[in-house]
Design a binder for this molecule. Structure first.
Ligand SMILES: [Zn+2]
Length: 93
Protein backbone atom coordinates (compact mmCIF):
# COMPACT_ATOMS: atom_id res chain seq x y z
CA UNK A 1 0.00 0.00 0.00
CA UNK A 2 1.27 3.44 -0.91
CA UNK A 3 0.82 6.71 0.90
CA UNK A 4 -1.16 8.36 -1.88
CA UNK A 5 -4.26 6.20 -1.85
CA UNK A 6 -6.35 5.05 1.05
CA UNK A 7 -6.42 1.41 0.07
CA UNK A 8 -9.07 -0.92 1.33
CA UNK A 9 -10.66 -1.05 4.76
CA UNK A 10 -8.51 -4.04 5.69
CA UNK A 11 -5.24 -2.27 4.91
CA UNK A 12 -6.47 0.71 6.93
CA UNK A 13 -7.22 -1.55 9.91
CA UNK A 14 -3.77 -3.11 9.54
CA UNK A 15 -2.18 0.32 9.56
CA UNK A 16 -4.09 1.41 12.67
CA UNK A 17 -3.18 -1.81 14.50
CA UNK A 18 0.51 -1.31 13.66
CA UNK A 19 0.35 2.26 14.98
CA UNK A 20 -1.31 1.07 18.21
CA UNK A 21 1.31 -1.68 18.59
CA UNK A 22 4.17 0.67 17.79
CA UNK A 23 3.01 3.33 20.22
CA UNK A 24 2.54 0.70 22.91
CA UNK A 25 6.06 -0.64 22.43
CA UNK A 26 7.33 2.94 22.47
CA UNK A 27 5.67 3.51 25.83
CA UNK A 28 7.09 0.25 27.20
CA UNK A 29 10.55 1.31 26.01
CA UNK A 30 10.17 4.79 27.51
CA UNK A 31 9.21 3.36 30.88
CA UNK A 32 12.31 1.13 30.83
CA UNK A 33 14.67 3.94 29.74
CA UNK A 34 13.24 6.35 32.30
CA UNK A 35 13.42 3.58 34.90
CA UNK A 36 9.78 4.00 35.75
CA UNK A 37 8.46 1.79 38.53
CA UNK A 38 5.38 0.98 36.48
CA UNK A 39 5.42 -0.16 32.89
CA UNK A 40 3.49 2.18 30.60
CA UNK A 41 2.11 -0.70 28.61
CA UNK A 42 -1.28 0.76 27.65
CA UNK A 43 -2.66 -2.55 26.46
CA UNK A 44 -1.65 -4.16 29.75
CA UNK A 45 -3.08 -1.21 31.71
CA UNK A 46 -6.43 -1.38 29.93
CA UNK A 47 -6.73 -5.13 29.58
CA UNK A 48 -4.42 -6.44 32.31
CA UNK A 49 -7.41 -7.81 34.19
CA UNK A 50 -8.28 -9.87 31.14
CA UNK A 51 -5.07 -11.72 30.14
CA UNK A 52 -6.77 -13.58 27.30
CA UNK A 53 -8.07 -10.36 25.72
CA UNK A 54 -4.65 -8.75 26.23
CA UNK A 55 -3.05 -11.70 24.46
CA UNK A 56 -5.53 -11.42 21.59
CA UNK A 57 -4.62 -7.73 21.11
CA UNK A 58 -0.90 -8.61 20.83
CA UNK A 59 -1.77 -11.46 18.50
CA UNK A 60 -3.87 -9.23 16.24
CA UNK A 61 -1.12 -6.58 16.13
CA UNK A 62 1.37 -9.32 15.22
CA UNK A 63 -0.92 -10.58 12.47
CA UNK A 64 -1.26 -7.02 11.17
CA UNK A 65 2.55 -6.85 10.95
CA UNK A 66 2.61 -10.10 8.97
CA UNK A 67 -0.12 -8.70 6.72
CA UNK A 68 1.93 -5.56 6.08
CA UNK A 69 4.99 -7.64 5.13
CA UNK A 70 3.11 -9.52 2.43
CA UNK A 71 0.86 -6.60 1.55
CA UNK A 72 -2.83 -6.66 0.78
CA UNK A 73 -3.70 -8.57 -2.38
CA UNK A 74 -7.15 -7.11 -2.93
CA UNK A 75 -8.15 -5.33 -6.14
CA UNK A 76 -8.18 -1.85 -4.64
CA UNK A 77 -4.64 -2.08 -3.23
CA UNK A 78 -3.31 -3.95 -6.28
CA UNK A 79 -4.47 -1.31 -8.75
CA UNK A 80 -3.02 1.39 -6.53
CA UNK A 81 0.40 -0.26 -6.40
CA UNK A 82 0.43 -0.83 -10.17
CA UNK A 83 -0.44 2.78 -10.95
CA UNK A 84 2.13 4.28 -8.57
CA UNK A 85 5.18 2.00 -8.85
CA UNK A 86 7.10 1.93 -12.14
CA UNK A 87 9.19 -0.97 -10.90
CA UNK A 88 6.60 -3.31 -12.37
CA UNK A 89 5.61 -5.76 -9.69
CA UNK A 90 3.87 -9.00 -10.46
CA UNK A 91 0.47 -8.36 -11.98
CA UNK A 92 -1.71 -11.22 -10.88
CA UNK A 93 -5.40 -11.03 -11.47
ZN1 LIG B 1 -6.53 -4.14 0.12
Amino acid sequence: MCGHCKGCTWSLITKILLIIGGLNWGLVGASIVLDSATSWNLVSMLLGSMPVVEGIVYLVVGLAAVMSIFGCKCKKCATCEVSTSAVGGEQKM
